[in-house]
Design a protein around this ligand. Structure first.
Ligand SMILES: [Zn+2]
Length: 96
């Protein structure tokens, strides 16, 4: 699988699983499309398996629930990101 979630440790912990389907995002090769969707702006809600890329404002979706400390890869802008919790919402910060 080519899930963007990088952290191998996550395989050990129990997480909710998600079935991903394509959402019309077409800025990456077809087999990766289901892992991304466009952020719809104010009022949009992130699911437990989604995190917003602060660089290109694309929503990164994992087949598993995301948790603070996870590392994800944003293919559209090639950023490596770390998931952190802020105001009860998961956000991603860029790893340098
Ligand atoms: Zn991005």
């Amino acid at each position: 699988m080519n899930d963007p979630l990088i952290d191998a440790e996550s395989l050990v912990k129990k997480r909710k699983k998600y079935e991903l389907t394509e959402t019309g995002f077409n800025e990456v090769p077809r087999k990766y499309r289901k892992f991304y969707r466009r952020w719809r702006g104010t009022g949009d809600q992130l699911a437990d398996n989604e995190v917003l890329c602060p660089v290109c404002l694309v929503v990164i979706r994992s087949a598993r629930e995301l948790r603070p400390g996870d590392r994800v890869y944003c293919m559209p802008c090639m950023s490596r990101l770390t998931v952190v919790e802020k105001n009860g919402m998961l956000i991603a910060t860029v790893v340098y």
